[in-house]
Design a protein around this ligand. Sequence first.
Ligand SMILES: [Zn+2]
Length: 235
Amino acid sequence: MDTMRRDIAICTRLLVDVEILEYSGHISSRLPSGDEFLIQPVDDVRSALQPSRLLVVGLDGNVIDGDGTPPSETAIHSEIYKARPDVNSVAHFHHDPTTMFSMVANRPLLPMKNHACRWPDGVPVHPDPSHISTVEQGQELVKTLGDHNALLIRGHGEVVVAESIKALFADIVHFVENARALATALLLGDVMPLSRGDLEKFRATFHREKHANKLWTYYAVTASNKGVVPAEWIE
Ligand SMILES: [Zn+2]
């Protein structure tokens, strides 16, 4: 089976299993050609996504291969791939406990845990809560993203970007963990976010690819044992 197709299906099913993704939201991955990517059809059930169903879509948003309609917010993916050659995988999801940090005044999503080293300059909030359904809206979102690796869409959801599907999955898990940690810390008292120096110190000794593989294997094997992912998909 095609590894990229399989990993998008695994990633999508795992994110449903940990209640980050539900009936909506999507994961994509850039194909080696550079100007095409894989993304699921709009209505395919996330928890049962099949690798063979993934669509090949061009950076203009048009389907090149596959049977189905891309998600209405595909411009998030296509516009990020156009603007960020360092990005090979994109996730958009709607996780309320995390989105909450776009809904409260003076409560930015601060880096609390060491893995927040992916977002050392904070997490920008895209001000327009609309669905990103046009190229123009995608371009506006890309402006908000800039060189960051994640953003919140106000009152709507999240976008996380990474260099590979496995790294993306690890980043999403840590992004949500960090938001949960901050929400809990705020209940306990004055929060003490990690400084840029703290995050740099952590990153200097952190083996990102090794960590992403370990985290992926843990979630994939655990999910396979529960029947969430077919055992034959796990290497
Ligand atoms: Zn959305």
